[in-house]
Design a protein around this ligand. Structure first.
Ligand SMILES: [Zn+2]
Ligand SMILES: [Zn+2]
Length: 327
């Protein structure tokens, strides 16, 4: 499908700064019509053959540049339950990268050039959001130690406690990304998203961006959610056990019940930067603006910096010699 302007026939896109559909051609707002033509192999605008990637659910036609949303990958079993619409647009994402990196001394100069930053792409990344009820039974022995001095004698009193804890915790929307392209560690760093801003899925939010359908099913990825919930439950339990000098666990039993799972799309600005034959990946959280990625170091700049440091050191050295000589 494609979103077209009622007034001029142009391709309308979702504009995050206005939170509305926008026609870049005649600048009208909310003038979109859904045109359900085209397919995974044919552009809904120009009719040219297209070849979207294996998991692409939205993206540009390589011939006419229109933003297309692929019906086959957002309907039926692929229909997302929820979407977090982009909140920051491309200019704002560029601004965030500038704020984050403009002070880096050794950065290659092309890194923040307009030509490189043009390649920034907004993409909706597929996520599974799992809900769990955790039930944790803990039984163990704890000690509290008190010492004091009376005259020449030091006393130590150890009290023993039989500890019983029963904890119930609800975990809502535990996120796991369902994309092979996105590195799991990187996506975990993108957290947190403000999940209360999730909306019911509507394909109009995808117009103007790339999108991906889930690469793996919810059961396949559930193990990663469970690890997160177990870790979080354990740390909640540990907090409740603070105040003892030692704890010897007896019985530990953590049960997880899955309440539900939903398929959601999350916004990410992706910047792929080519430098000396290597691709450097940067992501900007499309909702919060948080930046992830390590910058390359330019050798030329390091050398230059080293040189100026040496010069200033030898100047100081020379000054000291001169003072010594004067004495
Ligand atoms: Zn228009
Ligand atoms: Zn086209």
């Amino acid at each position: 499908m494609i979103f077209k302007c009622r007034n001029c026939g142009g391709n309308t896109v979702y504009e995050p700064s206005r939170k509305r559909m926008y026609c870049p051609h005649c600048e009208s707002l909310d003038s979109e019509n859904i045109v359900r033509e085209g397919s995974l192999t044919q552009c809904a605008n120009c009719g040219a053959p297209i070849t979207p990637g294996q998991y692409a659910s939205a993206g540009r036609c390589e011939h006419c540049g229109s933003y297309l949303v692929h019906n086959e990958r957002i309907e039926g079993v692929f229909e997302p339950h929820l979407i977090l619409p982009f909140k920051i647009n491309k200019d704002m994402a560029v601004e965030r990268l500038n704020q984050e990196f403009h002070k880096k001394t050794f950065l290659p100069s092309s890194f923040l050039s307009q030509k490189s930053l043009e390649k920034l792409e907004g993409i909706y990344v597929p996520f599974w959001l799992y809900d769990y009820q955790a039930h944790y039974d803990f039984e163990g022995e704890g000690t509290r130690v008190r010492s004091w001095r009376q005259g020449d004698t030091e006393y130590t009193e150890t009290s023993y406690y039989h500890i019983i804890r029963q904890m119930e915790a609800d975990f809502d929307k535990v996120p796991v990304d369902a994309s092979f392209v996105m590195d799991d560690g990187e996506m975990d760093l993108m957290e947190p998203y403000a999940y209360q801003e999730l909306e019911d899925f509507n394909p109009k939010y995808m117009s103007g961006f790339d999108g991906e359908v889930y690469n793996q099913s919810a059961p396949e990825l559930e193990g990663r959610a469970q690890v997160k919930v177990r870790d979080a439950s354990e740390s909640l339990m540990q907090q409740s056990l603070a105040g003892y000098n030692s704890i010897r666990p007896g019985r530990k039993n953590l049960n997880l019940n899955r309440d539900g799972v939903r398929y959601a799309l999350m916004p990410v600005w992706m910047y792929l930067y080519q430098y000396q034959g290597k691709t450097w990946r940067f992501q900007v959280n499309g909702q919060t603006g948080k930046v992830i990625g390590k910058t390359p170091v330019s050798r030329g700049k390091v050398l230059l910096y080293g040189l100026t440091t040496m010069v200033s050191v030898s100047t100081i050295f020379y000054l000291i010699m001169a003072i010594l000589g004067a004495l």
